[in-house]
Design a protein around this ligand. Structure first.
Ligand code: NDP
Length: 368
């Protein structure tokens, strides 16, 4: 049973937002947060795998505006281990069956979905229905239609939704956005970008199962390259043509290994991309009318570097995950849409959907 104060607050939120006709956070939550600006917001990580354990939980030890308040796991041994390691009380630990009870837990403000892609939609919608704000990892969902359902559910529940696009908080990538969008070196004419790694993991992992991952290197790694082209230009692509190659068809039986694409933008720029599960790469190279800039390595957690007309950018590497989560906590506090909302995830998935259509048809495919 929900505590009375919580229920009435939630009712007030829903009525208030309907009356105001706004999508964002309720006045009640806003005033509560503003009344206690020093209180860190509580995040619950859902799915305690490599990214949650290796990057997000450590980053949450460094965040200023949020902290690791809870966990949701299907593996009881991890619940024990994490509770001890991060001092998480039993009342803030859930499994996938008990997850909806998180609605009654005032310690949890934000649910962070770090599950295999096929589970993103379900847990984002369940989190929103439980009254929690949501961060969902990339790729947002199996396809753009599922993204729209997730956006609609969060809007209906009057909760904020953000995607784990950490590079929007990374200084070198931010510089590429500035240089490209503000046309500092004149109009951008060519973008070449790619992202991938040599998959050496478990051949039975979810990443290689189409039903769980939606696709292979394109969904997992190519999404960064697609996104970088979009944020360098500040425009949306209108069509795409793609090809693929498989050197290891046994391992990549169900999903793509290496994909190449060309994107058509309204400005006529030449934009090419590559994703791979069989090649180590991560670059963004941009040619503009009056010069060149690059970010390379571009998309990792660390060691990112960049150049403008051959001169090093001289920008710091930061803890991207901490910056991303702190920013979302601030958005929740200030009733402000994240710079990487669900709509941003949907835009990338529209491009990816069109790339898969193009791989099937062998032709240019319209995006959206
Ligand atoms: P892992 O396989 O390492 O972890 C996934 C976790 O999900 C598992 O440990 C498990 O946690 C839970 N899970 C629930 N059901 C299943 C299932 N059927 N099969 C497998 N796992 C299941 O994946 P990652 O942590 O690498 O990736 C998770 C998400 O994070 C993906 O969307 C991925 O794209 C994204 N990611 C984002 C990165 C970024 O830089 N933004 C980097 C890496 C990943 P439990 O045992 O607790 O139930």
């Amino acid at each position: 049973m929900k505590p009375e104060t919580k229920t009435s607050r939630r009712d007030f939120i829903r009525k208030g937002s309907l009356m105001a006709g706004v999508l964002a956070v309720s006045p009640a939550v806003l005033s509560a947060a503003c009344a206690a600006p020093d209180k860190k917001l509580g995040i619950a990580l859902v799915g305690l795998g490599g990214y949650a354990g290796g990057l997000l939980a450590p980053a949450l030890q460094k965040t200023a505006n949020c902290y690791l308040a809870g966990i949701v796991t299907g593996t009881p041994a991890k619940a024990v281990e994490w509770a001890k390691k991060y001092n998480i009380p039993q009342k803030n630990i859930y499994n996938y069956q008990t997850f909806d009870e998180i609605a009654n837990n005032p310690d949890i403000d934000i649910v962070y979905v770090v599950l295999p892609v096929s589970m993103h939609k379900e847990f984002t919608i369940r989190a929103a229905k439980a009254g929690k704000h949501v961060i969902c990892e990339k790729p947002m969902a199996l396809n753009a239609a599922d993204c729209r359902a997730m956006i609609a559910a969060c809007r209906q529940a009057n909760r904020l939704l953000s995607i784990g696009y950490r590079l929007h908080f990374e200084p070198h990538n931010q510089e590429a956005m500035r240089l490209g969008q503000k046309q500092v070196l004149g109009k951008v004419t060519i973008i070449e970008t790619g992202n991938g790694f040599v998959y050496g993991g478990n051949p039975n992992a979810w990443r290689l199962k189409k039903a769980l991952a939606g696709g292979g290197g394109l969904m997992d790694m190519g999404i960064y390259a697609i996104q970088a082209a979009r944020y360098t230009l500040g425009q949306e692509p209108i069509a795409v043509k793609a090809t693929q190659e498989k050197n290891n068809p046994d391992l990549f039986k169900e999903v793509d290994e290496t994909v190449f694409w060309e994107l058509k933008f309204p400005g006529g720029q030449k934009v090419t991309g590559k994703s791979s599960y069989n090649d180590n790469l991560g670059f963004l190279r941009v040619t503009a009318e009056k010069g060149k800039f690059d970010v390379e390595p571009a998309y990792g957690y660390d060691g990112i570097d960049g150049h403008v007309n051959g001169k090093q950018m001289d920008l710091p590497n930061i803890n991207q995950q901490a910056a991303q989560m702190d920013d979302f906590a601030t958005c929740v506090r200030l009733n402000k849409q994240s710079r990487v909302p669900g709509e941003e995830g949907e835009k990338d998935m529209k491009v990816i959907d069109a790339i898969y259509r193009s791989l099937d048809s062998g032709k240019w495919e319209k995006i959206g």
